[in-house]
Structure formats: structure tokens, C-alpha cells
Design a protein around this ligand. Sequence first.
Ligand code: FAD
Ligand code: A2P
Length: 273
Amino acid sequence: MTDATVITTPSAKPVLPDAQTVTAVKHWTDRLFSFRVSRPKTLRFRSGEFVMIGLMGDTGKPLLRAYSIASPAWDDELEFYSIKVPEGPLTSKLQHIQVGDEIILRPKPVGTLVHDALLPGKRLWLLSTGTGFAPFASLLREPETYEKYEQVIIMHTCREVAELQYGQSLVESLADDPLIGELVGDKLRYYPTTTREPFHHMGRVTDNLQSGKVFTDLGLPRMNPEEDRAMVCGSLAFNVDVKAILEGFGLHEGANSDPKQFVVEKAFVGDGI
Ligand code: FAD
Ligand code: A2P
């Protein structure tokens, strides 16, 4: 039997292999939405990892894409934060899902944005643009994040203010979260910025790191390899530029098999890359 096979039970509608039911959908802008689905009982993952999800395509084959799990490992359901690409093979359809619909979810989590891939440190920097916030939405709700670090700094940059809303409401919800609210305490520093619309803080993550503005604004020392650890998630260009800056601060890139001071993952694969 191939992955694409549709299993038919005698008296029920066809059942998709690896199907999960949509339990909530929220549209944040005309380009961004989040949704929650049921969690396969057998799925174990580490906060920050990604899985393949999708819908059945017109040809009867699953149309799957990589998606960071935005919910923490302890959550009963799974959350995802998604772009809407107008002509995108998957998201032109996925953006129309509603509660009760089914999506396909391959329960094989992988990824480098995990605590295991970093050496112990004092501060954890989560550096993101756009939907690159998704894996950090998981890690920001993960108790281990606050148990392991004295301070956690989340930098998230988007072109416009409205694109920051998902991240902002998630950060605001942490204080009242019965499971981790107390753990978070005053450890978390949130540093959202825009680049193309006026906002109280502006500028690219790269510029704010390089100029030292973010360190001044937050009253923190310049990043250094003894105390600071970082996770990076954005476009390929963003990741390349941030990686060079972190290396300039003396940090080295790690991996699951070789933990070091920072880790990087693409938020998406761009055109022609
Ligand atoms: P595609 O054919 O996949 O993409 C078309 C074009 O749209 C791309 O060439 C690119 O220019 C642009 N694009 C695609 N995804 C994005 C994006 N997220 N932000 C900005 N531009 C984009 N996407 C999410 O929305 N949320 C996630 O949590 C997420 N996690 C990912 C994790 C990994 C490791 C990788 C590699 C990708 C991830 N993506 C995520 C991207 C996702 O896999 C798809 O590319 C996206 O859902 C669009 O699918 P599509 O079939 O509609 O268009
Ligand atoms: P800018 O508006 O200056 O291009 P996009 O929507 O193109 O994916 O970009 C999301 C955010 O990431 C934007 O604020 C954008 O800033 C910023 N950005 C894009 N490329 C880079 C990069 N190479 N380094 C730092 N920030 C970047």
C-alpha cells in the first residue's frame, strides 16, 4: 500500500492516511493564519521541531509541505502558523480549511531548533522574521526554555505591524498561562520590530544586532560565546546574514549531533533556491 492510498471502511466516508481533524482556525491578516488540529496519540516531538503536513491533491496524491509545530510538546493538540501564498500549491487551498476538516500529518518530527542542539548558557536569543516565529511559539511555551536559561529574548521582525499580531498575542498570553506563567516570570524579553511601517521599535534584526541597539534598549551585554545562545529562523537571506553576525560575536553553529552556541533553520524555501 502506498502513502497515497485512501482507506475505505465499510460504512464510513473514506479515511485519509495520517488524517487529523482541524479544531480551530484564526486569520490574522490576509497573508497569515494559524490553526489547530488533533494530535496523533503516537506523536512525540521536541518543542521547536517540524513535520510534513498537507492536503490531498487534485491528482489523488498528498500535497505535503514542511511546517514547524507552533505548539509546545506538552499540548494535547498541534498548532501551526501559516503563510497564504496566493498561487501556492498547498496554501492556496489550506487557507480555506475550517473546523471539522481533515489535513494530512506525517508523524515524523525533525529539526535543529531544539534545546538539545545548544550547549548550556545564560541567555537564549530567538531571532525570527515572518512565519519564522512558528518554532519559537512552541519553545516560548516550553517549560525547559525557562528552566535552562536566566533570560530569553525573542526578536521578531515583519514588514508591517499587523504581521506581528500572532507573536504579540502569544507572548501576552504567557503571563496567564497556568502551566508556565510562573516559570516565565520576568525572564522573557520581547523585541518586535517592523521595517516598512512606523512602530515603537523598527529595523531589521541584523541591523539592531550589529548596531548594538537591541543590547542598549534591553540593558544587556553584547552577545558573547560564554553566556549567549541563539536560535535563528527566517528566509535563507536572513539566516545567512544573522549567522555571519553571530559568528562575528564569536558564537559557533551547532547541530543535534554536535551542540554548540547557535542553530539555524529555514522558515521556508524561497523561489529558485
Ligand atoms: P510553495 O510552492 O511551497 O512556496 C511558494 C513560494 O512562496 C516560495 O518559493 C516562497 O517564495 C514563498 N513562501 C513559502 N512559504 C513561505 C513562508 N512561510 N513565508 C514567506 N514566503 C513563503 N511555512 C509556514 O507558513 N509556516 C511554517 O511553520 C513553516 N515551516 C517550515 C519549516 C521548514 C523546515 C521549511 C523548509 C518550510 C516551512 N514553511 C513554513 C514553508 C512551507 O513548507 C511552504 O513553503 C508554505 O506552506 C507554502 O506552500 P505552498 O505549496 O503554498 O507554496
Ligand atoms: P525589509 O522590509 O527591510 O526587507 P519578507 O516579508 O521579505 O520575508 O521579510 C520579512 C522581514 O524580514 C522584513 O521586515 C524584512 O525587512 C526582513 N528581512 C528580509 N531579508 C532580510 C535579511 N537578509 N536580513 C535581515 N532582515 C531581513
